[in-house]
Write a protein that binds this ligand. Sequence first.
Ligand SMILES: [Fe+2]
Ligand SMILES: [Fe+2]
Length: 148
Amino acid sequence: MTKEKIIELLNHALDLEHSANIQYLSHAEIVEGQDAEPIIAKLKEIANDEKGHAEKFRALIGALGGVPSIKMAPAHPAKTIREILEVNLKDEKEAVDTYRKILEELKKEKGQGYYDFKLEHDVRHVLMEEQEHITELEVLLGKSGSSY
Ligand SMILES: [Fe+2]
Ligand SMILES: [Fe+2]
């Protein structure tokens, strides 16, 4: 795989992070009801993680000599708390699949001139945080019962 292809994959990841950040922030503003507070807090906390992931991917792309994307992947609207949790859970799973594929590609690149351990380490770190987001959303969904 060429360096350009790796940059392309990282830019796709960056687009996903842009939309995840905005989507969580938007959803946090429309959550209502008696159980809203902890859910709003969690959505904002995750949004902040996504912002950090975007920064990480941007830095990796820059370090490889690429131009970080200013685009967003398609975002997904939701209205109810249940919808919000389900939509974001689905997107988190997509992110995990995407980053897992990037990691597999990176592992094949060991020995290439541009390969560096930090690249693989950072992608793995982001992947682990997305897996935590999945767990957190699942916990909230489990708690939400039928009222949402
Ligand atoms: Fe993320
Ligand atoms: Fe996430």
